[in-house]
Write a protein that binds this ligand. Structure first.
Ligand SMILES: *Cc1c(COP(=O)(O)O)cnc(C)c1O
Length: 386
C-alpha cells in the first residue's frame, strides 16, 4: 500500500495526518489551526474580549435570553458535566434522575454517586431512546426527584433523544431539566427557552474547535443559588463564574490557544450559515456514508429515524476474515481514523460524520473501506450474532 505518497489533511510538513472520523477531537479547518500560532496573554484586554465574545456567542447560539449565563470551564466535556452536577444536583433527601441510554448517561450517574448526590436511573440499554411518557411516569412515581439529566445525542450509538418533548414533561411537573448536548450543540437545533435550565457542551465537537475547555449555560438564579455547593475547588462553577464576571479572567491558567481557536471556529460556524447549515452538512455526510456502507453490505445498529447525523454505528461483519484491528490500522494508513465500538451488547464500530469534513472525505473513506475489505478478503458482511 503506497500510503507514503498520499496527502491528507495536515498543515505543511504534516500532510499525512488523517481525517478524524471520531466524535472529538475531530478534524478542524486550517483557519482554526492557524489561530493557534500566536501566544496570547491571559490578562490582555484582547484576550478577555475573546472570552467575552465566546460567552455571548454561545448564549446567542442557544437562544438563551438575559436570564441565562455562560460559564466556561477548563478541561474536556466531562469536567463541565461534573462541575454542573456538583453545582446544581441536590444532596440529602432530594434526588436526580439520570435518563441513560449509553456510556455518557452511565458516566453522569457514576459522577453523582461519587460525589454523594442521590441518583436514580432510567436505563434504556445502549440503543433505545427514552420516551417523554416514561420520564413523566418516573417523576410521578417519585416526588423526591427534583432534577433530571438527559443526553441529547448519545454518542455511544449516535441516537438522538427527544429532549424538547422530555423538557416539557419535566418542566410541566416543576422539576429542573439539565441536558448534556456535548455532541449535538451547534449542529442540531436546541433552544434554552424550550425548558432547559442547564446545558453543557465542549470546544471540540460540532463547533469544530480543539479540545481544552467545556461550558455550561444555566439560568442565572440557579447559578446564584449554587454558591458553596460544589464538591470541588477547581470545578466550582459558581466561583468560576464570579471570577469571569469580576475581571473577565479565569481563576486558573486558561487554555488560551484553545479559546482563540474556538473564537475562530465560531466565526466559521456563522459564515457557514449557523446551526442549520452545519447540521445540513453533517446530515449529507451521514446519508452518503450510510448509503455507501449499506451498498457494501454493512448493517447499521439504528434505524434511520433514530440515527442522528453525528456518528454512525455499524455492526461488525460475521466473516471470520474481518479483523477490526487490521481494518482500523489499514484505514488509518489510508488517511482515515475511525472509532471503535463502545456498545456493551453488539460488536460494532463507529464512524463520525462531524468535523471539517464533507462529501469528498466520505467518498474517500468509502473507497478506502472497499479496498481494505478486499485486502482482508472479507465477503460476508452480515452482522455477527444476527
Ligand atoms: C464527548 C462527550 C462527552 C464528554 O467527553 P469528554 O471525553 O470529557 O470530552 C460527554 N457527553 C457526550 C454525549 C459526548 O459526546
Amino acid at each position: 500500500m503506497d500510503h507514503t505518497t498520499r496527502r491528507y489533511n495536515g498543515p505543511p510538513g504534516q500532510e499525512d495526518m488523517p481525517y478524524l472520523l471520531t466524535p472529538g477531537p475531530l478534524t478542524t479547518s486550517q483557519g482554526v489551526k492557524a489561530a493557534m500560532l500566536a501566544d496570547w496573554g491571559s490578562r490582555d484586554v484582547e484576550f478577555r474580549k475573546v472570552v467575552a465574545d465566546i460567552r455571548n456567542g454561545l448564549l446567542a447560539m442557544a437562544g438563551a435570553d438575559e436570564t441565562y449565563e455562560c460559564v466556561i470551564m477548563q478541561g474536556s466535556g466531562t469536567f463541565a458535566i461534573e462541575a454542573a452536577l456538583g453545582a446544581f444536583c441536590p444532596s440529602g433527601e432530594a434526588k436526580t434522575l439520570v435518563v441513560a441510554n449509553g456510556a455518557y448517561g452511565d458516566r453522569a450517574a457514576k459522577i453523582l454517586e461519587k460525589i454523594g448526590r442521590p441518583v436514580v436511573k432510567i436505563d434504556k440499554g445502549d440503543s433505545a431512546a427514552p420516551t417523554p411518557e416514561e420520564v413523566g411516569a418516573a417523576l410521578d412515581a417519585d416526588p423526591a426527584i427534583t432534577h433530571v439529566w438527559v443526553i441529547h445525542c448519545e454518542t455511544t450509538s449516535g441516537i438522538v433523544n427527544p429532549v424538547t418533548d422530555i423538557a416539557s414533561v419535566v418542566r410541566g411537573r416543576g422539576r429542573r431539566f439539565m441536558v448534556d448536548a456535548m455532541s449535538s450543540f451547534g449542529a442540531l437545533p436546541l433552544d434554552m427557552r424550550d425548558g432547559l435550565d442547564v446545558m453543557v457542551s465542549s470546544s471540540n465537537k460540532c463547533i469544530e474547535g480543539v479540545p481544552g475547555f467545556s461550558y455550561v449555560l444555566v439560568k442565572r438564579h440557579m447559578l446564584e443559588m449554587s454558591k458553596g455547593r460544589s464538591h470541588s475547588v477547581v470545578l466550582d462553577l459558581y466561583e468560576q463564574w464570579k471570577g469571569l464576571e469580576a475581571n473577565g479572567q479565569f481563576r486558573f491558567t486558561p487554555p488560551t490557544h484553545a479559546l482563540v481557536a474556538f473564537h475562530q471556529a465560531m466565526k466559521e460556524h456563522a459564515a457557514e450559515g449557523g446551526v442549520e447549515a452545519r447540521g445540513n452538512r453533517y446530515a449529507r455526510n451521514a446519508d452518503l456514508l450510510v448509503k455507501g456502507m449499506r451498498d457494501i453490505g454493512f448493517s447499521t445498529l439504528l434505524n434511520d429515524n433514530e440515527a442522528g447525523p453525528i456518528i454512525q454505528t455499524f455492526l461488525t461483519p460475521r466473516d471470520p476474515n474481518f479483523d477490526f484491528e487490521h481494518f482500523y490500522e489499514s484505514l488509518r494508513m489510508r488517511g482515515f481514523a475511525i472509532y471503535p465500538g463502545k456498545l456493551t451488547k453488539r460488536p460494532s464500530f463507529r464512524i463520525g460524520t462531524i468535523g471539517k469534513v464533507d462529501e469528498t472525505v466520505m467518498n474517500g473513506v468509502l473507497a478506502a473501506i472497499r479496498a481494505v475489505l478486499g485486502e482482508m478478503n472479507v465477503t460476508d458482511l452480515s452482522p455477527l450474532g444476527a
